[in-house]
Design a protein around this ligand. Structure first.
Ligand code: MG
Length: 281
């Protein structure tokens, strides 16, 4: 496959991504697949789905987990509802994450991504230790079937994330770097953060955003890639300097406006192609 194959965040039954047919129309070679619903995660569906991917010439780079009950309504709600951090749902989600990894395996995919949730920045916080243990358990489960776990960035600073990665201490734990999330959540400058966690980055989201007036307290605003505060060109140049050679997966989270979503992803593809030419000639 070419260097830095472009991809889109896609969905087969629900969730945030574009439909597979749209990925096909956009002419990209890869997708990250947002978790199919439990009822869709069957061996028959995996087989049928793989056939469709082949017809469309698409390869899945990462299966991205998502869970019932997660809400991105505002930052405090994310802290309460997202990932493996909330204690009430942790057991059940841990089980589901393993099932998602199993389904990814049926699809021949060796990476599972997720928002683990807001990791406490204080390592002495009992919650930190609890999340650490659950991360180790799912890493070990995935390692047994030859898979990696990619943690989505943004909900904590690069320093907290780096500390957490070191403390979990598993060789199949990596990062899905989303520069826009650093801005949306107010977690720090995306390029500085990328440099800090660079050695762990195995997948990325090409997404852009503008800083909120009160960063960290309220959401920034997500905008089309190349039009926000990420600095798309510097982002890709930094990835090149780090020796990153994975996919560039465009994420545009406006599934309620499919036409605009498709148009803006098309624009992002052109932005990326132009920058790739500048970097690699
Ligand atoms: Mg993302």
């Amino acid at each position: 496959m070419e260097k830095w194959p472009i991809g889109v965040f896609a969905s087969i039954d629900a969730g945030l991504g574009v439909q597979l047919s749209v990925a096909h129309e956009l002419g990209v070679p890869t997708i990250q697949l947002h978790t199919p619903k439990k009822s869709s995660r069957t061996p028959e569906n995996a087989k049928r789905f793989l056939q469709q991917l082949q017809e469309y010439g698409l390869t899945i780079t990462v299966v991205f987990a998502g869970f019932e009950g997660e809400s991105y309504a505002d930052i405090p709600t994310v802290a309460k509802t997202v990932g493996l951090v909330p204690p009430e749902t942790r057991e059940e989600r841990k089980q589901e994450l393993k099932e998602i990894a199993d389904f990814a395996k049926l699809l021949g995919v060796d990476a599972v991504g997720l928002h683990i949730g807001f990791i406490p920045h204080d390592r002495q916080d009992p919650l930190y230790q609890d999340v650490l243990r659950v991360a180790q358990e799912v890493c070990d489960y995935c390692a047994n079937q030859g898979q990696r776990i990619h943690l989505e960035t943004g909900q904590e600073s690069a320093d907290t994330l780096l500390q957490f990665l070191k403390d979990v201490n598993r060789s199949n734990l990596f990062v899905n770097f989303d520069p826009a999330n650093m801005i949306l959540y107010g977690s720090g400058d995306p390029i500085e953060a990328l440099k800090k966690v660079g050695a762990y980055v195995r997948s990325v989201h090409c997404k852009d955003a503008k800083w909120a007036a009160q960063a960290g307290k309220e959401w920034g605003v997500e905008v089309p890639f190349g039009t926000g505060d990420v600095n798309a060109e510097l982002f890709l140049k930094t990835l090149a300097e780090l020796g990153y050679d994975g996919a560039l997966t465009i994420e545009r989270e406006i599934p309620q406006e499919p036409e605009r979503q498709k148009q803006e992803i098309g624009h992002a593809i052109r932005v990326i192609q132009e920058i790739k030419r500048k970097i690699f000639g």
